[in-house]
Design a protein around this ligand. Structure first.
Ligand SMILES: C[S@@+](CC[C@H](N)C(=O)[O-])C[C@H]1O[C@@H](n2cnc3c(N)ncnc32)[C@H](O)[C@@H]1O
Length: 319
């Protein structure tokens, strides 16, 4: 296949050139065909879908309208914006950063470079949390979400459990800003408090000792040495959101050590894990002495994805 590289379209360039006659501007159909070819050439697996999403984004249309209006010609300005997005996608920048959003739990979340894009497998953690909270709890639960990113887990839980109060933390200023905006968009800003800081230290008295019924976290868990082997798209995401230290478990250790202080007796800790980390994280929980025997839950692809552990009623904490 001949690989076509698009020329870079400088900022403001399109405003300075004489407008193309309308009949020379490409149609929706042409744009999709050539965009798909270009992205295929760049190794993008979902080339057609991505070309459609980018064009629909530029035109402000729902995707289905691309079929209904395939003969519509783009304006020169629309074509320029499409070319520039296609080029960024050709460089394997994630689609979600280009269109500024990603669906999670059937809700649209704003995302931006510098903030991790929520993954579908993390919905396993939300399902597990709902199952835990579906079991009787005495009063509206207090939930802590450490490493909240876009706020995806915290906001999905606040939407699903109307009485819940959620405290969500992240070390990234940008993530906290995006997450607050997402909570506003989804109408839960009055019940989700976002705090910036390092893991447990961010809570800084916002949750009483033994005050939470549930602690959830999808912390960074990729072993540092494996980061460079991840897909090109993942290389655009913040390293700080992915890097779990030498064995990938740096954050799990710290979360497990601090959880018994915040969880009430009988409360549950849910941690997202990489597919091969279930055994190691279960051992950390067992060694801590504060938890009943942990359970490992699988995602829809059948991979180990979440470890769940209930805080013992009479826990002997080890320091
Ligand atoms: C894997 S992402 C998870 C984001 C989100 N919970 C999700 O599931 O989409 C990990 C997050 O941890 C945050 N983070 C990294 N180091 C942290 C730390 N020391 N304290 C708190 N958050 C941290 C990153 O900024 C990132 O947003």
């Amino acid at each position: 296949m001949i690989r076509v590289r698009l020329p870079q379209v400088p900022e403001g360039f399109l405003g300075r050139v004489a407008p193309l006659p309308a009949r020379l501007c490409p149609t929706v159909e042409d744009c999709l065909a050539s965009g798909t070819l270009l992205l295929e050439g760049a190794g993008v697996g979902s080339a057609r879908l991505d070309a459609e999403c980018l064009l629909a984004h530029v035109l402000g249309w729902p995707r289905w309208r691309l079929v209904a209006d395939q003969r519509r010609r783009l304006s020169q300005e629309e074509f320029g914006r499409y070319l520039s997005l296609l080029q960024r996608r050709e460089w394997r920048e994630p689609l979600a950063y280009l269109v500024g959003q990603r669906e999670f739990w059937s809700l649209d979340f704003a995302v931006s470079p510098g903030v991790l894009i929520p993954r579908p497998e993390t919905e396993t953690l939300v399902e597990a949390a709902l199952a835990v909270l579906g079991e009787a709890h005495p009063q509206p639960p207090v939930i802590v979400d450490l490493c909240t990113g876009t706020g995806a887990i915290a906001i999905a839980l606040a939407r699903e459990i109307p009485g819940a109060t959620v405290i969500a933390t992240d070390i990234s200023r940008r993530a906290i800003r995006i997450a607050r905006g997402n909570a506003e968009t989804h109408g839960v800003a009055d019940r989700v408090t976002f705090l910036r800081g390092d893991l447990w230290r961010a809570l800084n008295g916002h949750v009483a000792a033994d005050g939470a019924g549930l602690v959830v976290s999808n912390p960074p868990y990729v072993p540092s040495g494996a980061l460079s082997t991840l897909m090109p798209e993942v290389q655009w995401e913040p390293r700080r959101a992915l890097d779990g230290g030498a064995d990938g478990l740096r954050f799990h250790r710290e979360i497990i050590a601090g959880a018994p202080r915040v969880l009430r007796a009988g409360g549950v800790l849910l941690l997202e894990i990489g597919g091969d980390q279930g055994g190691a994280v279960s051992s950390l929980l067992e060694a801590g002495g504060g938890f009943e025997a942990p359970r490992i839950l699988r995602d829809l692809a059948g991979r180990d994805r979440v470890v769940a552990a209930q805080r013992r009623t009479n826990s002997k904490m080890k320091n």
